[in-house]
Design a protein around this ligand. Structure first.
Ligand code: SIN
Ligand code: MN
Length: 288
């Protein structure tokens, strides 16, 4: 899938593009069917909500689950990002966020590049977030919120919040959020929230400021978040475990467009378990 010049302009101005219903119900069903068994695993790569058994985020499923390995190579997801960066991409991070009914906790206001820079020493913001809804997303089940245009501010000062949720995050303080929302239009469009059916996709800039509220509704909000990084922009430090920040920088080669519905051979290197090395961390900077 290729972007039009109009879409590329919108991305640069707003910091995101929304594609409602891009993946069809049978494609979404093939992915959804794999989630309960993945979430049931007692593995480090399943981070649960604070004080609850509900999975907040599952990491790296593309390395051990066939349907998600195929999604990680899907041309509808990869090609638009290749167009925007004019470069091949590798998978920096792969998450299936639960935001489960009644239990899904907040994601505080943040830029993803803040974490990639501070923790992983990713050189620049040439990395993209892609969200793919596996459930319908509505105003009640904790949709993503964006401050349109906030990516144009570049990298914003952030604090490492280790206490608000079960997952550490570099977050932006409320005074700055207030200013950014005002600048983006205040009550008239200063916060937007793309909502739509399962199968919808959002591309958003790694400096776009975003958050989501908790899910008090009876509806799960399972979504896949893929972070695609330009190969030349690979991370320079392995401070976080490999299941969170990947260390395999080879370029993604896409499968055919029908890959979610047909058998295609994919490599599943962690199919029989995660290697011990994936838990090792280091503060040493690696070379380019
Ligand atoms: C994220 O920002 O990485 C996740 C946000 C969400 O799942 O709502
Ligand atoms: Mn984020």
């Amino acid at each position: 899938m290729r972007l039009t010049p109009q879409q590329i302009d919108t991305f640069h101005t707003e910091g995101y593009l929304f594609f409602p219903g891009l993946f069809k119900p049978d494609e979404v069903a093939a992915l959804n069917a794999a989630v309960p068994e993945l979430y049931a695993r007692r593995e480090a790569y399943n981070v649960r909500e604070r004080g609850s058994d509900a999975v907040r985020t599952n990491f790296a499923a593309h390395l051990y689950s066939e349907p998600f390995a195929k999604l990680a190579r899907h041309p509808r997801m990869v090609e638009p990002v290749e167009d925007l960066f004019a470069e091949k991409l590798y998978m920096h991070q792969f998450k299936i966020n639960g935001k489960m009914a009644f239990e899904g906790d907040v994601w505080q206001w943040h830029q993803d590049y803040g974490t990639w820079k501070n923790d992983d020493l990713m050189p620049t913001e040439r990395a993209m977030n892609v969200a793919i809804f596996l459930d319908d997303v509505n105003e009640f089940n904790g949709p993503l919120m964006f401050i349109p245009g906030s990516h144009r501010k570049g990298v914003i000062d952030a604090k490492h919040d280790l206490t608000t949720t079960s997952y550490p995050l570099w977050t932006v303080d409320n005074a700055l959020i207030t200013k950014l929302v005002d600048r983006a239009g205040g009550k008239n469009g200063g916060i937007v929230s793309p909502k739509g059916p399962a199968g919808s996709m959002i591309l958003f800039h790694s400096c776009l400021v975003h958050a989501s509220t908790s899910n008090l509704s009876p509806w799960n909000r399972v979504s896949v978040y893929l972070s695609l990084c330009a190969v030349s922009n690979h991370i320079r430090r392995f401070k976080r475990p490999e299941y969170i920040a990947h260390r395999e920088f080879s370029a993604i080669e896409c499968l055919p467009d029908d890959c979610l519905l047909k058998p295609y051979a994919v490599d599943l290197p962690w199919k029989d378990g995660m290697p011990a090395s994936a838990l090792e961390t280091s503060l040493t900077e690696i070379s380019a």
